[in-house]
Design a protein. Structure first.
Ligand SMILES: [Zn+2]
Length: 99
């Protein structure tokens, strides 16, 4: 008697901003050792986000990298720099809403 083993391809859970299709994620799983690299579209300011997760959405960074990376064009900026920019934007939004 012969037994066969079928390995189910996992479903991929993406953040709402991810523009990668599930089929693309599944095709890349072997290339990225089971990780999913979620990409956002680039904003008008040239910023974009990449996060690295397990297929079910748990953060799983590449060794030596942050699980979430913020790009300014093609350059990765530090999370501290990204946070400072985000705080500046939030302050401007709060100020605008009070005006
Ligand atoms: Zn995704």
């Amino acid at each position: 008697m012969t037994t066969t083993t079928t390995i189910a391809t996992p479903r991929v859970t993406c953040p709402s901003w991810c523009c990668v299709t599930e089929a693309e994620h599944r095709a890349d799983l072997d290339n990225w050792e089971g990780r999913c690299h979620h990409h956002s579209r680039e904003t008008a300011f040239g910023w974009s986000i990449v996060s690295t997760t397990t297929p079910d959405g748990q953060l799983w960074p590449e060794p030596g990298e942050d699980a979430v990376q913020i790009f300014d064009g093609l350059d990765v900026i530090s999370l501290g720099c990204a946070q400072a920019r985000a705080e500046t934007i939030l302050k401007l939004i709060y100020r605008a809403r009070r005006a």
